[in-house]
Design a protein around this ligand. Structure first.
Ligand code: NAI
Length: 254
């Protein structure tokens, strides 16, 4: 309550679900994303859920390309200017690359690393300066089930998502002394723009469900509770973990 969050990839899917839950628990949210119109639409929807006592918005969009240092810094500055502070960052921006390993190019690998790992680092650095000064801040990195299980034809993505876990425990270690906690969430399969075509009504999707004891995909709102927990004082001694939320999926080779 009373905290402000910057959520990258906040205009859709898991980022939007996390932003919604933070807002429902009293935070103000900035939705950062490459496509401003998506953020604008989401912000309008979220703002309607927020505190209706004042005229000030509680959810606002910002154009953010996590592939750019300047853009990351500008988005953090925008959050500060808009809400007068920043306490939480959720790194949810992400892209997919589905290719067999022999077809992968260096460009594929670099692009996935740049958006996922370096993108999360850029935004965390920009916010980290503020968090260090105020000796308080919570960073939440969205990893994946592919960070720790093998899925077919998503090698570049799996490498990037494993890197997200590395980034999480590294920042948790290095920045704890500044009052900054860094944790992660590793979702299982949530049908969103990033993967809908791969898993909804496909053979791959069927195999995933067969290997998921709960026999269903998850929803963004089922990831968001962990984000609220990790962002809140209830998790004040929680640092460097990645919470797995996947309906107990035991996927290998899907
Ligand atoms: P999504 O496609 O709805 O969200 C990804 C968001 O990132 C989009 O809004 C997109 O515009 C934004 N984005 C992409 N490149 C960007 C850039 N350069 N700068 C700023 N924003 C950028 O998909 P979803 O599922 O919500 O993905 C969110 C995160 O969750 C991603 O990191 C994804 O890898 C991860 N994840 C998703 C799972 C799923 O089953 N949906 C499972 C595990 C992890």
């Amino acid at each position: 309550t009373g905290h402000a969050a910057l959520v990258t990839g906040g205009g859709s899917g898991i980022g939007k679900a996390c932003a919604t839950a933070l807002l429902q628990h009293g935070a103000k949210v900035v939705l950062g994303g490459r496509t401003l119109s998506k953020g604008e639409e989401a912000a309008q929807e979220l703002d309607a859920l927020g505190d209706d006592s004042g005229e000030d918005p509680v959810a606002v969009p910002v154009q953010l390309d996590v592939a750019s240092d300047d853009s990351a810094e500008a988005a953090v500055k925008f959050a500060m200017d808009t809400f007068g502070g920043l306490n939480i960052v959720i790194n949810s921006a992400g892209i997919m690359c589905k290719k067999p390993p022999f077809d992968l190019t260096g460009e594929d690998m670099n692009s996935l690393y740049n958006i996922h790992i370096t993108g999360a680092l850029r935004v965390s650095q920009a916010a980290g300066h503020i968090f260090r000064e105020q000796h308080q801040g919570s960073i939440i990195n969205i990893a994946s089930i592919s960070s720790y299980m093998s899925l077919t034809e998503v090698t570049a993505y799996a490498c990037a998502k494993s890197g997200m876990m590395g980034l999480t425990h590294s920042l948790a270690n290095e920045w704890a002394k500044y009052g900054i906690r860094t944790n992660g969430i590793a979702p299982g399969f949530i049908p969103t723009d990033i993967n809908r075509k791969m898993i909804e009504g496909t053979d791959r999707g069927r195999r995933i469900l067969e290997h998921t004891p709960m026999a269903r995909f998850g929803e963004g709102s089922e990831i968001a509770g962990a984000a609220v927990y990790l962002a809140s004082p209830a998790a004040s001694f929680v640092n460097g973990i990645t919470i797995r939320i996947n309906g107990c999926a035991r996927i290998d080779d899907v």
